[in-house]
Design a protein around this ligand. Structure first.
Ligand code: BDR
Ligand code: CA
Length: 304
């Protein structure tokens, strides 16, 4: 059984990734879901996380509240045009008033879990990397307890979705992204190209939803979405990170060095490149067969 911590900014595609992991609780032990602002403000992200857990978890998972803004400066980016006002598409999530969160902030709770665990733990980070950057900054020795970190962010080729050059998670907190990428952690990157090459359409979701227990909730979250960065359908970026964790054989992994542009004056600020070569220190993964990965995501998120 793999022990993992999920750091997320739920978010439609984060919801898919979390549901995929919750449906595999016999395979992966989720020790914590930590939240970070990103797709929506932190209050919405926390509320959405509790809502998804209440509806889809077979075993409760603790939730820690994380960063509400980037390492430096204020929150500038918001994705409500893509993920809906509250962050879960067309679903209006009521305030989860009796929701319980851990008392520590995200990076401290992650630190506590890692330092008390006998085995190394895998981190899956599918939002801005602020919590992880804070963890490493405050407790640099803890990297020894992290088996690897699977990150959704950046791109192989330098294309973006929030600017022509920058991908949303990395652009949201460029300093955090750079510090995590350069931390020496074993990074497995799911770049923007993965999901851009296999957007999902409403018809495919509806076909997969036939026997789903929570079909009405899933329809409200996932149907009728608009994602300006792909010509049709919706790119489920974070689901690719979950798919890699659950079925690594569906992907090929390439050694690379990840470069991030942190020059604030440059129009390419936030841009990420993966220089693929045999001596690369990090790893980027891409589907061996896009249709197979897409089918796995559709089945695991929406299947009954
Ligand atoms: C990433 O940004 C967010 O909007 C998505 O949830 C995903 O993590 C894609 O660029
Ligand atoms: Ca996300």
């Amino acid at each position: 059984m793999k022990n993992i911590i999920l750091d997320c900014d739920i978010g439609v595609d984060d919801a898919s990734a979390l549901i995929m992991l919750l449906k595999n609780q016999q395979k992966v032990r989720l020790s914590l879901v930590s939240t970070v602002a990103g797709n929506s403000k932190i209050e919405n992200v926390c509320n959405n996380t509790i809502f998804i857990l209440r509806n889809f978890a077979t075993r409760w998972v603790s939730v820690a509240v994380g960063a509400s803004k980037p390492l430096y400066g204020e929150r500038k980016l918001d994705a409500s045009d893509v993920h809906g006002e509250g962050g879960l598409g067309g679903l209006k999530v009521e305030k989860q008033s009796d929701a319980k969160f851990t008392t520590e902030v995200a990076e401290e709770k992650i630190y506590k879990i890692l330092s008390s665990s006998k085995r190394k733990i895998t981190l899956v980070a599918i939002g801005p990397l602020t919590n992880i950057a804070l963890l490493i900054k405050k407790h640099p020795e803890i990297v020894k307890k992290i088996a690897k970190i699977i990150i959704m962010g950046g791109s192989i080729s330098g294309i973006g979705n929030i600017t022509p050059f920058a991908e949303y998670n990395f652009a949201w907190d460029v300093d955090a992204a750079k510090s995590v990428v350069e931390s020496g952690l074993k990074i497995y990157l799911s770049p923007i190209e993965n999901a851009n090459n296999m957007p999902v359409c409403d018809d495919e979701i509806l076909a997969s939803l036939k026997d789903a227990e929570h079909a009405e909730i899933l329809k409200k979250i996932f149907l009728n979405l608009q994602d300006g960065s792909v010509p049709f359908g919706f790119a489920l970026h974070d689901s690719c990170a979950a798919a890699f964790l659950l079925k690594p054989n569906l992907f090929k992994t390439l050694k690379c060095d990840i470069k991030i542009n942190d020059d604030k004056k440059d129009k390419r600020y936030g841009q990420c490149f993966c220089e693929i070569h045999k001596k690369g220190k990090n790893l980027v993964f891409v589907p061996k067969n896009y249709q197979k990965v897409k089918n796995f995501i559709l089945k695991t998120t929406f299947g009954g």
